[in-house]
Design a protein around this ligand. Sequence first.
Ligand SMILES: Nc1ncnc2c1ncn2[C@@H]1O[C@H](COP(=O)(O)OP(=O)(O)OP(=O)(O)O)[C@@H](O)[C@H]1O
Ligand SMILES: C=C(C)CCOP(=O)(O)O
Length: 335
Amino acid sequence: MAEAARKQRSAAAPRPVRCIVKLGGAAITNKGELESIDEESLRSACAQLRRAMSDGTSPEKVMGMDWSRRPGDPADPVVDAEGFAGMAGLGLDSNFVVVHGAGSFGHFQASRSGVHKGGLHSTLVKAGFVATRISVTSLNQEIVRALAREGIPSVGISPFACGWSTRQRNVESADASQIIESLHAGFVPVLHGDAVLDELLDCTILSGDVIIRHLAQLLSPKYVVFLTDVHGVYDRPPTDPNAVLLKEIEVDDNGGWSIVKPALQGNRNGVEISVAAHDTTGGMETKILEAAAIARLGVDVYITKVDTEHSLRALKGDVNASSDDWLGTVIRSAK
Ligand SMILES: Nc1ncnc2c1ncn2[C@@H]1O[C@H](COP(=O)(O)OP(=O)(O)OP(=O)(O)O)[C@@H](O)[C@H]1O
Ligand SMILES: C=C(C)CCOP(=O)(O)O
C-alpha cells in the first residue's frame, strides 16, 4: 500500500467499533494449573463471538482460518480453497476488538520474578520479563487460532511489540495505528495483557483491563464486555455463600459510584474483594476501576460469566439490567 494512502487511512476516524471484549484469564484458562487453557470455555467464547458478529448472511459452513498443523494431527489440514473462492463475504460484522488476560499464563512468571514491580537491572526480573512474554504470547497464539477456527479473521497484536509503555503503571505511550489499520482492513485485532517498559520502574505488567480502558477512550465502542469465571461483581468474594450479585452500578462524573440494583441493606456501596496471591494486576479490583472509567465515557460495560446465555446476550449488546433473568453486572454512566 502506498505510504501516503496508508497514513491517510490511519488518520481517518475508524468505522465505529461495536464492541471491545475482554476474554478474562480466569474465564479461558484453568487458573490453578500452570499454562492450561480451558478449551471448552475458549471454544464457547469464540463460537458466541461468531454468533454475535453474524450479520444474518453468514454461510452455514464455517470457513476455518487456522491452516497450521497441530501437534498430534496426522495430516496437513484440509483447506477448502474453492469454497473460499466462491464466497461473497464472511457474513460477519467483525468490527470487534478482543483483548485477553493471562490467567494461568504470565501471572506466575511475572509474580515469581517481580516484573510488575520493575527493576530490569536485576537478572531475575529481566529473565522474568522474557518468560512472561513467552507465556502470554503463546496464549495469544492459541486464542487467535481458536477464533480463526470459528472463521473470525483475527490477528494477534502485542502491546510491547507495538511500543506500548507505561509511567508508574499508567499507559504513557500507546500507538494504536496498527489496531486501527487492522480494523479498517476487516481484521479483528486480538491484544493481550503484556510485560512492558515503564519510564519510572523500568518495566511492569500492563493488564488487559487497563488496555481496554485505553482503547475505549480511543475507539468509542458501543459497549464493552468483560467475560470472566463469575457472574459479575458481588458485594463480597463470591466464595462467600452470602455474596450478592450487583446487577447495576451507576458511575457519576466524579467517578463516584452507587449500586442501583439490588438495593442493599443500609444503602451499602462498598465491595469487598479478594485477589489471588500470584495475580500481578489487581484482579477484580482493577476490573471495577477500569470499568467505572469506561462507563464515565458514556460506554456501557457488561461483566458476566463466560459460556452462558448471559455472555451471548452481552456480546450481542442485548442486555436489559432490569430484567430478572439477566445474570451479570452492568456498569453505566449516571447521566
Ligand atoms: N467482590 C467480588 N466480586 C466478583 N469477583 C470477585 C470479588 N472478589 C474477588 N473476586 C474474584 O475475582 C475473580 C475474577 O477476577 P480476575 O481478575 O481473576 O478475572 P479475569 O479478568 O477473568 O482474569 P485475568 O486477570 O487473569 O485476566 C473471580 O475468580 C472471583 O473469585
Ligand atoms: C503478563 C500478564 C501477567 C498480563 C496480565 O493481564 P491481565 O490478566 O489482563 O491482568
